[in-house]
Design a protein around this ligand. Sequence first.
Ligand code: PLP
Length: 268
Amino acid sequence: MTTSPPTALTIAGSDSGGGAGIQADLRTFFACGVHGMTAITAVTVQNSVGVRGFTEIPADVVTDQIRAVAEDMGVHAAKTGMLATAEIITAVASTLDNVHIGLHGTAPLVVDPVAASMHGDALLRADALEAIRTELFPRATLVTPNLDEVRLLTGMEVTGPDSQRAAAEALLALGPRWVLVKGGHLHTDPRCVDLLSDGTEHVELAGPRYDTPHTHGGGDTLASAITAGLAKGLDVPDAAAAGKRFIERAVAESYPLGAGVGPVSPFW
Ligand code: PLP
């Protein structure tokens, strides 16, 4: 290969079990044909059973990683995952402006507002949720909350399509250009319906619901696949549709590993 592929940057935490976080992001970028780069925010100690704890990386080391790759290699699209602390979030937000990523810049930014693992283990210190709302949402091209994150961010309980639409509107009021309210935890529908909206256009992304407990890293994988699509120049609706197809396949082929919850699969 003599030409450079598109580049995507993930600003997120490491998962020692290899199922979620930076590890899921990098293999998704690879599978989607983009060059993946990382700004690691925290090192989690976890396996298939749960998160035993995490240590955050100093905020200036996080932002130095972003600047180093942006200044030299260029970033076609970026995503945030686990950000750990309000201090990291605030530092990341102003650095993204400086390197022209997000709504104030030219490269799209996907914000996956990771707050806790599927086991309920916190991945964010208590004061950090407000920083995600005020510092990152106004800079985001797209935010991708699941229904637990919707509740934490807006106080709204999504129980069906009407409240999913209302939640999308409440989240858009926080400033992102687009929101994807993921319906995977909405068991009133036999399908898995995600709502993509910019307030004007409302797109239902519907797919099959697979009967598997092994969905660790699913949220990260979807957000990364969308980010890869944006890095390749797709618009948000096309990148979201491509991301949805990617995560469906990854969930369909997920596998057991360890005594707890196995990961969505990068193998196909
Ligand atoms: N660990 C890290 C580092 C993550 O970024 C995430 C999710 O974003 C998780 C764990 C939790 O993944 P899950 O909710 O799929 O268990």
